[in-house]
Design a protein around this ligand. Sequence first.
Ligand code: ATP
Ligand code: MG
Length: 566
Amino acid sequence: MSADTPNHFIRNLVNRDVAAGKHGGQVVTRFPPEPNGYLHYGHAKSICLNFGLAEAYGGVCHMRFDDTNPEKEEQEYVDAILEAVHWLGFEWGEHLYFASDYFDRMHDCAISLIQAGKAYVDSQSAEEMRANRGTLTEAGKDSPYRNRSVAENLDLFARMRAGEFAEGTHILRARIDMASPNINLRDPAIYRIRKVAHQNTGDAWPIYPMYDYAHCISDAVEGITHSLCTLEFEDHRPLYDWYLDQLDLCANPDLSASLAEIDMKLPVSRPEQTEFARLNLNYTVMSKRKLVELVQKELVEGWDDPRMPTLSAMRRRGVTPASIRLLCDRVGVTKQVTVIDYGVLEGCVREDLDATAERRMAVLDPLPVTIENLPADYRAEIEVGNHPQRPELGTRTLSHGRELLIERSDFEEVPPKGFKRLIPDGEVRLRHIGIVRCVGVEKDADGRISRLRVTLYQDDQPRKVKGTIHWVCATGGRRAEVRLYDRLFNVADPDAGEGSYVDHLNPDSRQILSSAWVEPAAADADPETRFQFERIGYFVTDRRDHTTDQPVFNRVVSLRDSWTKG
Ligand code: ATP
Ligand code: MG
């Protein structure tokens, strides 16, 4: 986020807080993913917001894993998340934390809640608890265990922690108000028994804290000033505040000792939660559960399949971090839930790549062309610019002889109205070479056009032609694999209507062309180099599969939005 990033309500709020000297004038934010999947576009919005604010105000943004749910969490996800945040262009420096680092602290806090009569061990079955929770219109009912003595609660909780009880037999709950109109305040769970190993703490804990409880404590312990989250947590904010009120974490003298242990400064004031709307994109799904399912059922080729909405997939697809940051700036930060059109993302990608990607020529579906009036051993070397508006990007040498390849679709025997490319006896400009006239069409035994014969005008006579087409030299050019990617779903909202989102997978979302041709200056590039293939679109050398011997290009985005027409 730069100084000219548009203001939004959270920036305004932070401006006011900083001006008023709240939180000691500091800005400390955090990005708190759960390591249960790869990051997607939605997360990018949260990353840009949190890291961006810290940058803009000279504060810090903590990278924190909210790893309180061991069943679904894995080290692979931790690694992928760190890689993605870094790739997007943000640094957390020394501020890498795990909620699980605070498990002792959270456990101590739970004991102090019990001692204060603010938490109790409930031994109802899950069904009883559900039945007694009430509904949106009906108050809940107190648990028969709600008035256990502090001593009994302390004893039971100690035994939960010691691993004496089976999963589901007991749960530690906050003692708030079973009649609260806000269901989140109806004695929410604090700790549940889960006999599952944790990717960070191993078998140390048979009990795990619930998200709401763990999150506010983590924020307070780290001295977060602005705790930004998505709108679905709005109704949880009273609980966030309730825990902090009870625990009085920020003023707790015990805290300074435990903070020193984990090498953190004492919070200057307590964190405040503010909610903003999620980023939603059409033609995709972003629920992690569904993304995990797409991967596990092999409906895509893994988390970084270029059709996935994950950041690692975007990277592989060739999308630049700058264009994702641009998207997040454009979308803005509001409380209004909106669905962003996929075309807006593609527009951001084109805008960035138009300015930064060098131009090359490639032919996806080659048709041989012989320039008859050039000698068989003819060789021309042409110095051409890499970018039409940016001479500083330098030049390269294009060479060609008598045999070329052009795009099959650039020739029509029976042209449709308005066709400006090559036709029998017609003329067209070959980019960087000159104007040619088609003098012959050869066909194979099946009647398919196998070669065009043309002559090149070698005089200086001014001539007018309507079209310019690109080409690759048949002798100097290089064969390449080109992977064309399109939207993963063929409907705007794959979750709408009957059936499963899986029913709406776009069967044409990937097309592999194994006999495309590119100029050498494209084939010889390093992996992850982006180009504009003139007249076709933006492409990137595949991060994993591209070599100069066997070049592989992914289409990042076409030159024009083909989905909005018609
Ligand atoms: P789930 O809770 O289903 O695992 P999640 O998308 O909430 O998924 P988290 O790992 O908890 O995943 O998210 C990390 C951070 O990113 C949270 O602060 C969350 O609010 C934010 N975030 C997640 N999805 C979006 C989104 N679509 N738009 C903006 N922020 C998001
Ligand atoms: Mg979440």
